[in-house]
Design a protein around this ligand. Structure first.
Ligand code: NAD
Ligand code: UGA
Length: 467
């Protein structure tokens, strides 16, 4: 029997989505026991660390939420079977990266982790359950999950819901507390399907106004998530394309964004030019969308969305080329300091960060890179470059350095490149930085966050994107 009053939830996947999302559900619903399980024992250990500064991910406000709920009704565990067995509702929040092999390589979403979850649930479950897709999945994945579960032949009945997550990293807790909408896709044509949707709705209703909780069919829900990310990424690529045009015409991308965004139909959000969008999802989700379109013989639609990625790659190269050409067409043996490595501020996540690709290209041109990022570890920075597999590790180790202090990182540098928009960069003693740099001292502000006029007065040669 599917019950509409959920008492126990299990979430498979304790990552950037599973961790914060479940922490907030536990915070808002103290009477529901929430267990987050993962195969990664180190990650679970970190979630359980007494020192809240050691949680596996950095998110403003997360520590406080975990402190409130952990041990009360929020648990982190590696006992996946127990979690599955005891829960009435199971969220699947595992990673869905781009496939790196076989059919759909480089485009399609790799569903191996999701399928493993479904098979494990099918094996372990003894009572009826609601399965919630939290991961971002290709449209119609619910069908595959349902088929695996229903064919287990043990009489357990399942309802599959799609409940995609729209949080952004760096603002995850605020996004979860004050979501623009919660999307719940299910089978509203059956009594059981509707009951499952209502059970999940009831959970979100504890803190979300009912009118913000949208119930749709499963396919609309799955597809809406991919489309929401495609639209967001498209805006960034649009403004980045415009930034190139601005640089050639004397227009200023910030002024253009303000003027264009003032139109309520367009809106002023997500119009910041940058060295290219990063993050674990925009690229993979658009590639997946393109793959789905091609599989359905919608080549023109696929081409349209593919351009969003192409402009993003162009922007990363354009920023790197600008650095090299401005520095007299050679960066060989020059020290270039990176302020920022994370893909955006207020996160320690570096997945697909533009910084990685800009650094790789500059290393290719024999520059020495010194990185300072307030939250990203040295190990992660090296791993990001090693993972590209562009050159022997020894070579990278000679040319790449990481500092814990921005002034030290910039000492005797020929240039500084701002890759992430961390607020602290605005408050630095730039006079001091300038004095300790080689001259001419170049500053490439990929995020348009410094006061260019003031820094030009200090003596810097400043380049800002789209200006
Ligand atoms: P993540 O890599 O941080 O976390 C996924 C976790 O799942 C990992 O800890 C991994 O060990 C675990 N896992 C994988 N297979 C497992 C299994 N069979 N059993 C138990 N644990 C398993 O990924 P994430 O960033 O949290 O993203 C998860 C999903 O949410 C993706 O589909 C992503 O597209 C989507 N999403 C992410 C964000 C974001 O901001 N990161 C936002 C919205 C949606
Ligand atoms: C994005 C979406 O905003 C979330 O709604 C979604 O849930 C999530 O992807 C996901 O599915 O993973 P996230 O990647 O965490 O969230 O961060 P964003 O704020 O969207 O930024 C993505 C990238 O675009 C960053 O590199 C950021 O610097 C860049 N960006 C963003 C710009 O260059 N300009 C902008 O105006 C906005």
């Amino acid at each position: 029997m599917i019950t509409d009053t959920i008492k126990k939830i299990c979430c498979i996947g304790a990552g950037y989505v599973g961790g914060p999302t479940m922490a907030v559900i536990a915070q808002k619903c103290p009477d529901i026991e929430v267990t987050v399980v993962d195969i990664n024992a180190r990650r679970i250990e970190a979630w359980n660390d007494d020192d809240l500064n050691k949680l596996p991910i950095y998110e403003p406000g997360l520590k406080e939420v975990v402190a409130e709920a952990r041990g009360r009704n929020l648990f982190f565990s590696t006992d996946i079977e127990k979690g599955i067995r005891e829960a009435e509702m199971i969220f699947i929040s595992v990673n869905t990266p781009t496939k790196t092999y076989g059919k759909g390589k480089g485009m399609a979403a790799d569903l191996v982790y999701v399928e493993r979850c479904a098979r494990q649930i099918a094996e372990v479950a003894k009572e009826d359950k609601i399965i919630v897709e939290k991961s971002t999945l290709p449209v119609r994945t619910a069908q595959a999950i349902k088929s695996i579960l229903d064919d287990a032949g043990n009489g357990v009945r399942y309802q599959i819901l799609s409940n995609p997550e729209f949080l952004s990293e760096g603002t995850a807790i605020n996004d979860l507390h004050n979501a623009d909408r919660v999307l719940i896709g299910g089978d509203g044509s059956t009594v059981e399907g509707q009951a499952a949707m209502d059970a999940l709705t009831k959970i979100y209703e504890r803190w979300m106004p009912r009118e913000k909780i949208l119930q749709t069919n499963v396919w609309s829900s799955e597809l809406s998530k991919l489309i929401a990310n495609a639209f967001l990424a498209q805006r960034v690529s649009s403004i980045n394309a415009v930034s190139a045009l601005c640089e050639k015409t004397g227009a200023n991308v910030e002024e253009v964004a303000k003027a264009v965004g003032a139109d309520k139909r367009i809106g002023d959000k997500f119009l910041k030019a940058s060295p290219g969008f990063g993050g674990s999802c925009f690229k993979k989700d658009i590639l997946n969308l393109v793959y789905i379109c091609r599989s359905l013989n919608l080549d023109e639609v696929a081409d349209y969305w593919e351009q969003v990625i192409m402009i993003n790659d162009y922007q990363k190269h354009r920023f790197t080329d600008k650095i090299i050409s401005t520095m007299y067409d050679t960066v060989t043996d020059k020290k270039i300091t990176f302020f920022g490595w994370a893909f955006k501020k207020d996160t320690n996540d570096t997945r697909e960060s533009a910084a990685i690709y800009v650094a790789d290209k500059l290393l290719e041109d024999k520059a020495n890179i010194h990185v300072y990022d307030p939250k990203v570890s040295e190990t992660q920075i090296f791993k990001d470059i090693f993972d590209l597999d562009t050159r022997p590790h020894e070579e990278t180790k000679k040319a790449l350095k990481v500092s814990k202090n921005p002034y030290e990182a910039a000492d005797k540098a020929h240039a500084i490149a701002i890759l992430t928009e961390w607020d602290e960069f605005k408050t630095y003693d730039w006079q001091r930085i300038y004095e300790n740099m080689q001259k001419p001292a170049f500053l490439f502000d990929g995020r348009n966050i410094v006061d260019a006029r003031e820094l030009k007065d200090t003596g810097f040669k400043v380049y800002q994107i789209g200006k």
